[in-house]
Design a protein around this ligand. Structure first.
Ligand code: ATP
Ligand code: MG
Length: 429
């Protein structure tokens, strides 16, 4: 038994081959029937004819409908008219399932395809996306393993909020209530005191009420925390990581990128270092683009889209006014109204893919910031303990992995970058 890719790469005209998969397309003309077979690695044309098959066998195979599953034995023939340059003349076959009506046909609407996502995940374009996504997740982990980081795992059911109350999901938990985690950051921070450099890949949950093209309520979050690193050190790690992931996709997924119409040359040019722009300077730059922004305005999806059409590499935006971010960010000693943080914004209008920075390591300062934000310190006793016992400077970040896939593939909506998108209106299938 072989995969289609291996047959196409390794076998020759006249080889006997044995394949299995699903019917992708069919075309019949009297005594000849063409079936395009699909497996996880590619497609190949099969030829069924009464020359090789008994009448009843021929009738069985020539009437197959798409997505039926089968196994075929046959002879490989070079044929320039076939979609992948070869054809397999069928000598025998075994049907696993003959389908009646496959629900997905051409030109179906977005909602129908979302209702039938469990079938749509078989489509060629979705398969290409999932292969790229797989490379992105692997490359993220590989990058950190290569740099001496440890992978750790942290709880999804938590009793402390990392990113503010408005997007918390509450879940009944016996006689209490817990939240679904918005970020693994605080737990990662606890682990730098033993492992120093840690990462995790885990879902984060956010009750995002404003529906945008880049928000999910459940998304995959690549998070890193490292002892001793300052804001600038962490940006250097991140730009190397993003370059590495993008170039791994270019190296391993050219076929998928081409199938999805992505400009591969553009991706090849993504190279560290990325430009650093202070928030205040960025606001000045936006004046010349007529965006009508002033110091203190937050950057949302629309603003970042308008800004990032002007760049063809990711950029870091640093030194946000502290009131735009949450409590744990380290104030800039030269100007305590701004913080030592960074967002990485993706080019071509995609905007934020990473949020990170240096964490406050001083107990008194952190307690003061929690008071300013109206947080109950008792809930965070363990987070504060990290500043009581052996505190060290440290930095970290969170990368939205679905958003990274969205940008790398130049997709229109984050729902196209994940198999089962969870949004305010959708939890099925
Ligand atoms: P945004 O401003 O776009 O809502 P955020 O600043 O709230 O994002 P962070 O708390 O900094 O996001 O989270 C870290 C990263 O996680 C973001 O840079 C982004 O890539 C990703 N992310 C955040 N929220 C979502 C979401 N709802 N869906 C998908 N990815 C998300
Ligand atoms: Mg952010």
């Amino acid at each position: 038994m072989s995969y289609i890719r291996d047959v196409l790469n390794e076998e020759h005209d006249g080889s006997a081959v044995h394949l299995r998969g699903w019917v992708y397309r069919t075309r019949s003309s009297g005594k000849l029937s063409f079936i395009v077979l699909r497996d996880s690695t590619g497609i190949i044309q099969l030829l069924a004819s009464t020359r090789k098959l008994q009448d009843d066998k021929y009738r069985e195979i020539s009437s197959l409908t798409i997505e039926s599953s089968l196994e075929v034995m046959g002879i490989l023939r070079k044929d320039d008219r076939a979609p992948t340059g070869y054809e397999v003349e069928i000598e025998d076959f075994k049907l696993y399932q003959r389908n009646e009506n496959y629900p997905i046909t051409k030109d179906q609407g977005e909602e129908f395809l979302l209702d039938n996502r469990h079938l749509w995940v078989r489509s060629r374009e979705f398969t290409a996306m999932m292969k790229v996504r797989s490379t992105v997740f692997k490359a993220f982990a590989d990058f950190y393993f290569k740099h001496g980081y440890y992978e750790v795992h942290t709880p999804f059911m938590v009793s402390t909020a990392a990113e503010g109350g408005s997007t918390l999901f509450k879940v009944p938990f016996f006689d209490e209530e817990v939240y679904l985690t918005q970020s693994s950051q605080f737990y990662l921070e606890t682990m730098i005191f033993s492992l120093e450099n840690v990462f995790t890949i885990a879902p984060s949950f956010r009750a995002e009420k404003s529906r945008t093209w880049r928000h999910l309520t459940e998304y995959w979050h690549g998070e890193v925390e490292a002892a001793w690193l300052h804001n600038e050190d962490m940006m250097q790690v991140e730009e190397q990581m993003i370059e590495y992931i993008v170039q791994e996709v270019v190296k391993n997924n050219t076929e998928e990128l081409n199938a999805l119409g992505r400009d591969v040359e553009f991706l090849k040019r993504i190279k560290a270092p990325f430009r650093r722009i202070r928030y205040a300077d960025l606001i000045k730059m936006t004046e010349s683009w007529g965006l009508g922004m002033k110091y203190g305005d937050d950057l949302g999806a629309d603003e970042e889209r308008a800004i990032m059409v002007h760049f063809d590499q990711p950029i870091f935006v640093t030194h946000y006014p502290s009131k735009l971010k949450t409590f744990y960010h380290m104030p800039d000693p030269d100007n305590p109204d701004e913080i030592l943080c960074h967002d990485m914004l993706a080019p071509e209008g995609y905007g934020e893919i990473v949020g990170g920075g240096e964490r406050i390591s001083d107990l008194n300062l952190l307690e003061k910031r929690m008071e300013d934000y109206g947080l109950n310190k008792d809930n965070y006793y363990w987070y504060l303990d990290l500043r009581r016992y052996g505190s060290v400077p440290h930095s970290g970040f969170g990368l939205g992995l679905d958003r990274l896939v969205l940008w790398i593939l130049h997709l229109d909506n984050i729902k196209e970058a994940i198999p089962y998108p969870r949004t305010i209106r959708r939890t099925k299938p």
